[in-house]
Design a protein around this ligand. Structure first.
Ligand SMILES: Nc1ncnc2c1ncn2[C@@H]1O[C@H](COP(=O)(O)OP(=O)(O)OP(=O)(O)O)[C@@H](O)[C@H]1O
Ligand SMILES: [Mg+2]
Length: 299
């Protein structure tokens, strides 16, 4: 299991892992787990143990892997990350062995074990590919999960909860379902990204981006900010204009209120003409002007 050893990160590295923006409920659950490890001795003295196994689920790009890294950093343990390609070999017998080796290495190091994309590791056993060797692999996984000690958490992530074997899902003591960020979370993600890049657009611009990014993930917001920032640097564009251009809905049709907020910010903060705004919003320049007026009036 050489790959897992190379993907292990020392506590000092992972101490820098950025924290994901989470809903208040999810944050409370994650903070609670970290606290249990901070005060593990107290729990043990009372015959209790910290949460051993955590399952993170949710659509792609909502911060499951980021959360995994952040938890490892916060409990001050190295992270051994197993991805499906690390263990699924052409010989399935080999896979079960390398999985066990990774678990052993993590146990010996007192590391957090991250099982990323666990659905790819363990599809439901009634899957058409349910052959003997594969069953053995899943059984190994189940046994290893049962044997996982309480010195550091084991964290698995999936964006296909429906594909998970129920026997596997049951093994997790805590299940955190990460969802798409709501408006407030999108503001916080954008502010965090911008401050990491030492960029400070006007708050009207952030507002407008938030308005037209309903359904976006943390990952897509990251892409948007980086795209806009690159344009600002390379094309020498004002930051607000570059970010708003990068946030243009592109075919998606946000509701009229969101389009109006976007049009007003594009005109007033981004200095874009109504013709340019019309192009970004896929409407005529007269419609863009009306939207900008409506947006400005609603602020
Ligand atoms: N909740 C969040 N808060 C802040 N940034 C986020 C959040 N979610 C995603 N991001 C940004 O998107 C990047 C990708 O997120 P991450 O890889 O953790 O998503 P994921 O849920 O594991 O996706 P996948 O299912 O595709 O593996 C992060 O490195 C971060 O920059
Ligand atoms: Mg991931």
């Amino acid at each position: 299991m050489t790959r897992s050893a190379t993907t292990a990160s020392a506590p000092s590295d992972s101490a820098d892992a950025p924290s994901p923006v989470l809903t208040a409920t999810d944050r409370t659950v994650i903070d609670g787990i970290v606290r249990e490890y901070d005060q593990r001795e107290r729990l043990l003295a009372s015959g209790l143990h910290p949460t051993r196994t955590v399952l993170l689920s949710g659509p792609p790009g909502v911060g499951k892997s980021m959360t995994m890294r952040s938890i490892a950093a916060r409990v001050g343990r190295p992270l051994i990350l197993i991805e499906p390609t690390d263990v699924i070999g052409s010989l399935l017998g080999e896979s079960a062995r390398s999985l066990s080796a990774a678990f052993t290495a993590a146990r010996e190091q007192g590391a957090v074990l991250g099982l990323d994309e666990i659905d790819a590791l363990a599809k439901r056993r009634d899957d058409v590919y349910d052959v003997g060797e594969f069953k053995r692999f899943v059984s190994t996984l189940l046994v290893e999960l049962d044997r996982w000690p309480d010195q550091a958490p084991l964290i698995a992530a999936t964006n296909h909860l429906d594909l998970l074997d129920p026997a596997l899902e049951r093994r997790f003591e805590v299940h955190v379902r990460l969802g798409l960020p709501d408006e407030e979370a999108r503001v916080r993600i954008l502010r965090q990204l911008l401050s990491d890049l030492s960029l400070a657009p006007s708050s009207g611009t952030i507002d407008a981006i938030v308005a037209v990014t309903e359904g976006a993930t943390g990952a897509s917001l990251t892409g948007l900010v980086h795209r806009g920032a690159r344009r600002a640097v390379l094309d020498d564009l004002p930051l607000d204009r570059a970010l708003l251009t990068a946030a243009a809905p592109n075919g998606a049709q946000p509701d009229r209120r969101a389009r109006a907020r976007f049009a007003a910010a594009a005109r007033d903060n981004g200095g874009l003409t109504t013709r340019a705004i019309g192009e970004l919003l896929d409407c005529s320049h007269t419609a863009a002007r009306r939207l900008a007026e409506a947006g400005a009036a609603s602020v």
